[in-house]
Ligand binder design. Structure first.
Ligand code: F6R
Length: 605
């Protein structure tokens, strides 16, 4: 999703801005641009292609400057077109980039149009540029503090002014923005990764902060205009520019990295103990009476799987809510619940807002399962478990999901232990199974050649159904999500027992029905559901555990996984579904790592 980089320095900052944009590319974008202060005027270059194209435009034009801002845009208001790309200018005096959504943009647009401002774009961002210009007092910092008071919605902005050549001002509310502190130079970015190699001295701005960047100083005020002290942290950000190695896409690479990612996530875990989640975890785990999980997309499905685990192992009731629903719902708050947010990025706007909503209702026992240690989610929760998936570049989440599941299983065990529901023998057995997970996943990855053969057939379909039961139902949901987001095949997942209550009407010879078939307590029930599909001519594609006694027959295609892996089986069963989606998308020729309309880090509502 949109990315910001800004700089004020005593050297040409163009390479820093462009490099920053490249490092933010993984978030997903459809246009990009850069603006610089050059010879007392604003100059910009914008592109609806990749950052590399912007770079050649900038090189050709010989653009260089000491003060500037740059942006990757993921379209919300207005199509991905050059005139909608940021930076936006106002009266050749103000240049501005923005992440987020301004909800009162229509009203402000009408007001500014009446005042004589001419709009060149359909964006809500141009409204902010004109607003800043209309309120400009000769002091940009002061002006921005006043201007943001008129904005409703979410924003991170970076702005500079023709008349103040050594100054960039930033502000944030609901979208992330960081300051990079240098020597005689200062930077802004939406993510520390954008500044890797330029500075590792990072300040995470807080909600409502406005920052004034000049060459030798930076100055931050909070939402009420009071000077704010913010910690400068040393952040060794990964660049994300990981080599593809033998892989064709990051998604494929990330699928194959799962054994390592799971091992890294479990590194140092020698025993089950609440302290794995933070110093205060024991006291919090002891007093809670339920769990509320908040997340979006794939992370939500990890949460649904965790519900099965926590209720079965720790016997604590669990609710799992889609963050974008929960944040606006009139729910019944329970201050004794453990609120768990799950997020790869730790910056997802809906999940952050859901967390805030829970806290505003006195639900203060907060824990996050997150892949980014420096993210807002981690900073805002009392407890955290950092998954060590490493940077995930592919938009479709894979290794983040399996590492989330790994951490959530540990959470189920820890909650059970605190309640005296985990014997030493059980603890040892679960830990042994967890330690063996990387090897077990490696065995599943070896199924790739068989999956490629299926993917060929799937690539010619336009619809697919996914079935699972119990803790494998969320795995079916995740398999369907993976297939639709990267191959654009319409896919739906159902608990297999639900089929006869409606979706069976869709089953014909044309409908592939992917079935997640672990050899668990529900296997016989699942086999009956499979018969219901076959009786209607549906084609079954079954991922069956070796010991599940399901064999191929007419209309029943089977790929065998290793023997049933007990409670951790969902972590194994999702892997072939990821590979099926990947190879189907490959066969259909889609842009696997950057599927249409999607962004990696969803920092707007
Ligand atoms: C799907 C996918 C998304 C994310 C969702 C939440 O492959 O990646 O559904 O899971 O946008 O993102 P995070 O986990 O960063 O909060």
């Amino acid at each position: 999703m949109c990315g910001i980089v800004g700089a004020v320095a005593q050297r040409n900052i163009t390479p820093i801005l462009l490099q920053g944009l490249k490092r933010l590319e993984y978030r997903g974008y459809d246009s990009c641009g850069v603006a610089l202060h050059v010879d007392g005027a604003l100059t910009r270059s914008r592109s609806t292609s990749r950052v590399a194209d912007l770079e050649s435009q900038v090189e050709k034009a010989g653009l260089s400057g000491f003060t500037g801002i740059a942006h990757t845009r993921w379209a919300t208001h207005g199509a991905p077109a050059s005139h909608n790309a940021h930076p936006h200018f106002s009266r050749e005096r103000i240049a501005l980039v923005h992440n987020g959504i301004i909800e009162n943009h229509d009203e402000l647009r009408a007001e500014l149009s009446a005042a004589g401002y001419v709009f060149e774009s359909q964006t809500d961002t141009e409204v902010i540029a004109h607003l800043v210009d209309s309120m400009y007092t000769g002091d940009l910092f002061e002006t921005v503090q006043q201007a943001v008071k008129r904005l409703h919605g979410a924003y991170a902005i970076a702005v500079f002014c023709r008349d103040e050549p050594h100054r960039v001002v930033g502000a944030r509310q609901g979208s992330p923005l960081i300051v990079g502190v240098g020597k005689g130079e200062n930077f802004l970015a939406s993510d520390a990764m954008a500044l890797a190699g330029t500075t590792d001295q990072i300040i995470y701005l807080e909600e409502g902060d406005v920052v004034d960047l000049q060459l030798q100083r930076y100055w931050i005020v909070d939402g009420s205009g009071r000077p704010a002290e913010r910690e400068v942290r040393t952040v060794h950000a990964h660049t994300g520019a990981a080599e593809l190695g033998p892989y064709r896409h990051y998604m494929q690479k990330e699928i194959f990295e799962q054994p390592r990612a799971i091992a890294d996530t479990l590194e140092g875990v020698t025993a089950v103990m609440p302290e794995l989640f933070g110093d205060k975890a024991y006291n919090i785990f002891k007093k809670i009476d339920s769990v509320l999980i908040l997340a979006c997309g794939t992370s939500f499905y990890a949460g649904v799987t965790a519900k099965y685990w926590i209720e079965a192992i720790a016997k604590i009731p669990v609710n799992v809510e889609i963050a974008s629903e929960y944040r606006y719902r009139e729910s019944v708050p329970n201050p004794n619940a453990l609120v768990v947010t799950i997020s790869q990025s730790g910056e997802t706007a809906d999940t952050l807002a859901a967390l805030k909503h829970a806290r505003s209702q006195d639900m203060l026992n907060t824990l996050t399962i997150c892949n980014v240690a420096t993210s807002a989610m981690v900073r805002e929760c009392k407890l955290a478990y950092i998954t060590h998936a490493g940077v995930e570049v592919g938009v479709a989440s894979t290794k983040a999901f399996t590492t989330q599941l790994t951490a959530l299983f540990l959470l189920a065990l820890s909650l059970a232990q605190v309640r005296g529901r985990l014997s030493e023998e059980e603890e040892a057995a679960h830990l042994k199974a967890m330690r063996h997970l990387p090897a077990a996943v490696t065995a599943v990855l070896a199924l790739e050649p068989q999956i490629i053969a299926w993917a060929e057939e799937f690539s010619r379909k336009e619809n697919a159904l996914f079935l699972g039961r119990g803790m494998h139902y969320p795995i079916a949901l995740e398999g369907a999500l993976k297939l639709k987001e990267i191959s654009y095949i319409h896919a739906e997942a159902y608990p297999a027992g639900e089929l006869k209550h409606g979706p069976l009407a869709l089953v014909t010879q044309e409908m592939p029905v992917v079935t997640v078939a672990p050899n668990d307590a529900l296997i016989e029930k699942l086999k009956s559901n499979m018969q219901e599909v076959r009786a209607r001519g549906g084609q079954l594609y079954v991922f069956a555990d070796a010991d599940s006694r399901i064999s191929s027959s007419e209309g029943v295609h089977v790929i065998r996984l290793p023997e049933h892996y007990g409670m951790l089986s969902p972590i194994l069963h999702v892997v072939p579904l990821q590979m099926l989606a990947y190879h189907t998308a490959l066969a259909r020729g889609t842009d696997v790592d950057k599927p249409r309309n999607l962004a990696k880090s969803v920092t707007v509502e």
